[in-house]
Design a protein around this ligand. Structure first.
Ligand code: ADP
Length: 272
């Protein structure tokens, strides 16, 4: 399911001295079935953008089209669209609440009004996907390790069978093995089941390794977006924004290595 964002503006606390334009004319196309990484320094608008796409924040200008559904300043996201999108917040384990792992994961599908047998099937499947042993189903989620709690939280989102999965730093704070497992799971859901994945990540290596499209935000604007090749070929644009130069250089090198065949590394150098 394709997502198109056009001229998106989001203003926080409008009409107060604390007014902040967090997004200022963002354009982005996320083809259905793609794996898109959203990159940018802290405060560049990444969280605001994904919350707007997920329908939690209303645009002050511009449109977001999800399939054939439109959201704009006057039109809220409908329940039909909301159930297509799974949003995994940063540190999602903070939102666990039920007395058992199974009940926590079942919350979403139960709310969709699915029959109990279907809910049970989805809980089992979601636990398998995230690599949680079925014996943990009746345990309290609060007795689990941090990494396991993260998996329970992600399983709860997968259990609603979203067509679009949006995640804000889903691997943050996990050890390297745990990070790898989460990212590989996302790649599998994307490749084998056609789930559209939008990943917000600070980790450039991780983002370039798993994503096939990129969107770089700076100061609330989408300064560059598209495939690895398209972004690589216009990466000179990045040097005109207040981004950290070593980070950009590294990003460009990683993108280049992803290209087939890669160009010589010294072909592209950014001015100091
Ligand atoms: P990122 O996810 O890239 O760190 P955010 O989308 O969280 O960026 O924030 C973009 C800008 O909007 C930042 O300057 C941030 O301080 C501001 N901002 C975020 N949330 C709010 C809010 N609720 N009220 C006012 N300003 C906010």
């Amino acid at each position: 399911m394709e997502i198109v964002v056009r001229d998106l503006e989001v203003v926080y606390q409008s009409g107060t001295p604390w007014m902040k334009k967090a997004l200022d004319g963002v354009n982005l196309t996320v083809p259905g079935g793609s794996f898109t990484a959203i990159l940018g320094v802290t405060g560049s608008g990444k969280s605001t953008l994904i919350q707007a796409i997920a329908g939690l924040i209303r645009p002050t200008r511009g449109i977001i089209r999800i399939g054939s559904h439109l959201i704009d300043a006057n039109r809220k996201q409908t329940a039909d669209v909301r159930r297509l999108i799974g949003l995994v917040f940063q540190y999602p384990e903070h939102q666990l609440f039920a007395e058992t792992v199974a009940k926590d994961i079942a919350f979403g599908p139960t709310n969709l009004g699915l029959p109990q047998s279907e809910v049970d099937g989805r809980v089992k499947q979601a636990m398998e996907w995230v690599g949680l042993d079925s014996e943990l189903a009746d345990r309290s989620p609060f007795q689990l390790s941090g990494g396991q709690m993260r998996r329970v939280a992600i399983a709860g989102v997968l259990a609603i069978s979203p067509k679009i999965l949006i995640l804000d730093e889903p691997a943050a704070g996990l050890d390297p093995k745990g990070q790898e497992e989460i990212l590989s799971l996302l790649k599998r859901l994307n490749q084998d089941f056609g789930v559209t994945v939008i990943l917000v990540s600070h980790d450039m290596d991780q983002a370039v390794r798993y994503a096939d499209r990129f969107c770089v935000l700076a100061e609330g604007r989408s300064v560059l977006s598209g495939t690895a090749k398209a972004v690589f070929s216009r990466a000179d644009i990045l040097s005109s924004y207040h981004l950290e130069l070593p980070e950009i250089t590294r990003f460009v090198q990683l993108l280049n290595r992803k290209l087939d065949p890669p160009l010589p590394e010294d072909v592209f150098t950014l001015d100091e």
